[in-house]
Design a protein around this ligand. Sequence first.
Ligand code: SAM
Length: 259
Amino acid sequence: MRLDIISIFPEYFAPLDVSLMGKARERGILDVRVHQLREWAHDVHRTVDDTPYGGGPGMVMKPEVWGEALDTVIGDGSPRMIVPTPSGRPFTQELAQELAAEPWLLFACGRYEGIDSRVMAEYGARLRVDEVSIGDYVLAGGEVAVLVMAEAIGRLLPGVLGNAHSAVDDSFAPGAMRNLLEGPVYTKPPVWRGHEVPAVLLSGHHGKVARWRRDQALRRTLANRPELAAALDPETLDKHDRRLLEELAFRLPPEDMAH
Ligand code: SAM
C-alpha cells in the first residue's frame, strides 16, 4: 500500500519508522511518503493560512497551497483521500478494514481551524474523499489522527501482524464477536504480588476457557460500552450468554427477546 501524508509538521511521523509500521515499511508492504506542505507556499514566510471569511477566531488553511501540493502528489493517479476533522464520519474498525483494501491512501493534515472547504469540493469531484474523525474531542492538528488511522490500517495489511489470528480476536473485529470487547488477558507468572491468574485459564480445558473468555467479554462490554451491548446480534447469543445478561440485569431490546 502506498500512503502519502501532507502536513506542516512532517516530523510528527517519525513513529512510522518503528515497531510494526517500521517493519512493514522495511518489508515493502507499506510505502510511506511524507510531504512538507510549506514547500508549495511561495512567499518568504511560506504562509499556509489566512483569516476566515465571515470573521471569527483562528485561521484557515489556504486552498492554493493545498491545491498545488495535492496536484503534485496525486499526479495522474487516483488515491483515496482522507481528511481528518472532528466534524467527519467516525473512524471505526470497519472503515479501517475498508481502507486497508485500498492500494493508495492520501492523508491531508489540517491545522488551525482546518482546510478551506473548497479543497474537499475540488478533489471530491475526481477522487473518493472522506472527512474522518477519530473521536469526539478536538486535537490541535490532523497529524496525531493520521498516526492513529495509519497504524489501525497498517496492522491489517497482509503480512504485517506476526500472527494473523490476533486481529481476528480483537475488539470490534468483524464476525460473530462484533460489538463484543475483548476481555482481560494474562501471562506468566501465575501469581504476581498476590494477584492470581483466574484458575480456569490454567485448567487446559479449552471449552471452559472459551466460555470464561466470552463471559468476561460480555461483562466488559456491558460495563464499559452498554451501547455496544445493546447492538449485539441476538442470533449470536447462546443460552449461557442470555443467562449472564439476565444476571447482570441487562435487558436486550424488546424485539430481540423473542429469539
Ligand atoms: N474548528 C475545528 C472544529 O471544531 O471542527 C477544529 C479544528 S482542529 C483545532 C485542527 C485540526 O485538527 C483539524 O483540521 C483536524 O485536522 C485535526 N483534528 C482535530 N480533532 C480531530 C479529530 N477528533 N479527528 C480527526 N482530526 C482532528
